[in-house]
Structure formats: structure tokens, C-alpha cells
Design a protein around this ligand. Structure first.
Ligand SMILES: Cc1cc2nc3c(=O)[nH]c(=O)nc-3n(C[C@H](O)[C@H](O)[C@H](O)COP(=O)(O)OP(=O)(O)OC[C@H]3O[C@@H](n4cnc5c(N)ncnc54)[C@H](O)[C@@H]3O)c2cc1C
Length: 225
């Protein structure tokens, strides 16, 4: 296959196109290569950032999350003990009581996974905006992916690893008049605790899951600093 970073994509043929370069895509790729090394040059990963884990890293930094929610066996390497082995030099980065990996440790571990599996060059920059069935005489059933910049490629199989995609606001939140200040109603995806000014403000968080907990603690910390 052509050098994906250097040339236009138009007409590139791959076996698998993975849309999104988050932890799901990274996990899929390492498991795929573990089973079949020959797939190395036959898949491509597409993400607007043109890099692995951009969204994940942003999310953790913006919500100032010190450690993961999931224990040390949950990570993108096929070897379940790989993260624990990687953390041997940094035992303080496994948080009690369940050895939850620190955000920094997890980021460094993922970079190590990307390096060990030689995956840095497999992500190309682009936002997929259309998917359609593509038939030619030689290969009847394939999929054509069109990117926002007009480039396109053809794949036998496509994996959508795009998580929730765009935040889905419920109907009652979408009916506010356009004159309402847009920074007064935000989805958790749009919040960046770094640089927020909340002194004297009253904040209502709708929802009471783990993300709400992170945001409540983050808001208190912002006011106290
Ligand atoms: C506060 C908080 C704490 C969390 N803690 C944990 C934890 O401890 N452990 C855990 O496992 N999970 C945790 N999560 C969940 C975790 O963030 C998500 O489950 C994880 O990011 C999902 O991985 P993903 O690869 O599916 O999606 P993402 O990491 O969101 O990656 C999807 C990628 O797809 C790209 N994309 C979207 N649309 C397109 C398109 N049209 N074309 C090309 N690319 C596109 C996006 O830009 C993005 O880079 C947490 C989430 C939050 C909010």
C-alpha cells in the first residue's frame, strides 16, 4: 500500500478501515496484529486528530481526572499483565484500593503500546462523512468512505470506533431560545475545568453518574483555588 501520510488517499484499497483512533481502535488493532501479522499493511485508522487517543487524552485533561475508573488489566495491549509490568518502576501510579492506573501512567503505557506494535504511522487525519456500497467488476461488494476534505478510499470491512460521536442533547435542552447565552448550558464533553471561573456561580449538574461526580469535585476545586 502507498505511504498513507504522504499521498492523497483517493482510490486507496484496504482490507479494514477503522474510523476513530481511541482506545477501542487501539485495542482492536493490537489484537488483530497478534492474530495476523500480515494485516499490518492492510488496515488504516482514520481520525480528525491524525493521531492516537487525542480525544481520550483531551477528555482526561479537561476533566482533570487523576486516575482511571477501570483496574490495571483493562488496557489496549493483548497481554493483560502488560500495564502492571510497565508500572513496576512507578508503583505510586497505581491508586488504591483496586490499583487504578494513574492518567499519566496510562498515557505513557499507551504510547509504549503504539511504539511496540509499530502503529504511529497507521493513523491518517480525516473525518469520515459518508459511507456507501462500492462495486467494481473485480470486487463487487466493498465500502467507499468519503472524508470531509473530499478524499476517499475503499475498504472490504469498516469498523466504527467513534464512541458516542457528537453529544446527544435531549429535546427539552434543545428548545431553548437562541438568545440564551451558549456558555450557560453545556454538555459534559464541552467542559474544560482548566481555566474555568466559577467564583460566585451556582452550578446544576443533570445526571448523577461518575462523570457528574468528577465534575462536582472539579467545580469545588476550581472555586477553592
Ligand atoms: C470522566 C470519564 C472517565 C472515564 N474513565 C474511564 C476509565 O477509567 N476506563 C475506561 O475504560 N473508560 C473510561 N471512560 C470512558 C472512555 O473515555 C470511553 O469509553 C473511551 O474513550 C471509548 O473509547 P473509544 O475508542 O470508543 O472512543 P474515543 O476515545 O472517544 O475515540 C473515538 C474517536 O473517533 C473519532 N471520530 C468520531 N467521529 C469520527 C468520524 N466521523 N471520522 C473519523 N473519526 C471520528 C473521535 O475524534 C475520537 O478520536 C471515561 C469517560 C469519562 C467521561
Amino acid at each position: 500500500m502507498r505511504d498513507l501520510k504522504m499521498t492523497t488517499l483517493n482510490g486507496t484499497n484496504v482490507d479494514i478501515a477503522i474510523v476513530g483512533a481511541g482506545p477501542q481502535a487501539l485495542t482492536l488493532v493490537t489484537h488483530l496484529l497478534k492474530k495476523k501479522q500480515s494485516m499490518r499493511s492492510r488496515f488504516v485508522v482514520i481520525d480528525p486528530a491524525g493521531d492516537w487517543l487525542h480525544q481520550w487524552n483531551h477528555q482526561f485533561a479537561a476533566l482533570e481526572i487523576p486516575h482511571l475508573r477501570s483496574p490495571a488489566v483493562h488496557h489496549p495491549d493483548p497481554n493483560p499483565h502488560a500495564l502492571r509490568a510497565f508500572a513496576e518502576e512507578q508503583p505510586d501510579e497505581l491508586f488504591p484500593p483496586y490499583d487504578l492506573p494513574g492518567t499519566q501512567l496510562f498515557r505513557e503505557f499507551c504510547q509504549d503500546v503504539i511504539r511496540r506494535w509499530g502503529l504511529q504511522e497507521r493513523v491518517i487525519s480525516g473525518r469520515v462523512q459518508q459511507l456507501e456500497v462500492f462495486s467494481s467488476k473485480r470486487k463487487p461488494q466493498q465500502l467507499r468512505l468519503e472524508l470531509a476534505d473530499g478524499q476517499w478510499l475503499v475498504a472490504k470491512q469498516v469498523v466504527l470506533a467513534i464512541a458516542g460521536g457528537t453529544p446527544n442533547l435531549p429535546e427539552w435542552a434543545r428548545t431553548l431560545p437562541l438568545t440564551y447565552p451558549s456558555d450557560r448550558l453545556l454538555h459534559s464533553h464541552q467542559i474544560d475545568l482548566r481555566g474555568l471561573q466559577l467564583a460566585g456561580e451556582r452550578v446544576l449538574i443533570v445526571g448523577s453518574g461518575l462523570t457528574s461526580g468528577h465534575l462536582a469535585l472539579g467545580a469545588i476545586a476550581v472555586v477553592q483555588t
